[in-house]
Design a protein around this ligand. Structure first.
Ligand SMILES: CSC[C@H]1O[C@H](OP(=O)(O)O)[C@H](O)[C@@H]1O
Ligand SMILES: Nc1ncnc2[nH]cnc12
Length: 290
């Protein structure tokens, strides 16, 4: 058994969480640079927790510039076992309405201006990503959301766009009608890929703030409307987070879906050909197998 540490990455409009016992903002440096902000650590019902605001307090990092690798490395370095991403998103489905939460289970990665892997020449690795989120962690999130009375949809495909501009009408219709995406945002990729490489269980809660631009009865998306909906949702998000420790417990068995062993057979580069400088940077992420 391993001690559980539940890490929450808060998205737009969520820059801190309350109620942690022994709460302290902690500075964590990583070989991949400085994370988005300090990390709030503490305990909820005796279970270790960490909270990282993805855009930093005061929303200083644009989606393309979020230090995704530093964030995931820092959480791993702190001992995180589980990462719950909380994000704002637009909806492509009438029944996924503003105010609803979608527990995402698939992604389409349309981002192109971000570093997407901890691995590269000198230590090449290919992890499986067919199922990019952890069903066990998503079960806990679904149960906590249900207990908090949140209108929740289990499963959905999140299209990650580069941004920072919102989509054109043609893009919005293409993603919805031809690509089968359910929601859209700018941050869950490469975050989910990096969490898998770091052998962390990852679940994503996308809070619907708007209908993007496809819906004939709704105007095009703008940030004021997004923030207004998010403010209404923040209580619900907090209630969901408070329900997680009881459902995940202070100790965890190995992940039945193998998230915590994702690197077991992933590294291709022969031991004698590996780059020592890159291996040093991979100490937290891949130390278990190196
Ligand atoms: C404020 S609207 C656009 C912005 O909000 C979302 O951020 P996050 O995923 O961190 O909640 C979206 O991805 C964009 O970055
Ligand atoms: N419509 C939208 N597109 C991209 N990111 C979003 N975040 C919130 N709403 C969004």
């Amino acid at each position: 058994m391993t001690e559980t540490l539940i890490a929450v990455i808060g998205g737009s409009g969520i820059y801190e969480i309350d109620g942690l016992e022994g709460a302290a903002w902690t500075t964590v440096e990583t070989p991949w640079g400085t994370p988005s902000d300090q990390i709030l650590t503490g305990r909820l019902e005796g279970v270790k927790m960490a909270f990282l605001p993805r855009h930093g307090r005061g929303h200083v990092h644009a989606p393309s510039d979020v230090p995704y690798r530093a964030n995931i490395d820092a959480l791993k370095r702190l001992g995180a076992t589980d990462v719950i991403s909380v994000s704002a998103c637009g909806s492509f489905r009438e029944h996924m309405a503003p105010g609803d939460f979608v527990i995402v289970d698939q992604f389409i990665d349309r981002t192109f201006a971000r570093a997407k892997s901890f691995f590269s020449s000198g230590c090449v690795a290919h992890v499986a990503l067919a199922h990019p989120t952890c069903p066990r962690l998503s079960d806990a999130v679904e149960a906590a959301a249900g207990a908090a009375g949140i209108n929740t949809h289990r499963g959905g495909t999140y299209l990650a766009m580069e941004g920072p501009q919102f989509s054109t009408l043609a893009e919005s219709k293409m993603y919805r009608e031809h690509w089968g995406a359910d929601v859209i945002g700018m941050t869950n990729m490469p975050e989910a890929k990096l969490a898998r490489e770091a052998e962390l269980c990852y679940a994503s809660v996308a809070m619907v703030t708007d209908y993007d631009s496809w819906h004939p009865d709704h105007g095009e998306v703008d940030v004021t409307a997004v923030i207004a909906t998010l403010k209404g949702n923040s209580e619900k998000g907090r209630a969901l987070i408070k329900g997680l420790p009881a459902r995940l417990g202070a100790e965890r068995a190995p992940c039945p879906h193998g998230c915590d062993r994702a690197l077991e057979y992933a590294i291709m580069t022969a031991p004698e050909k590996r780059d020592p400088a890159l291996l040093a940077k991979l100490d937290a992420v891949a130390g278990r197998v190196l």
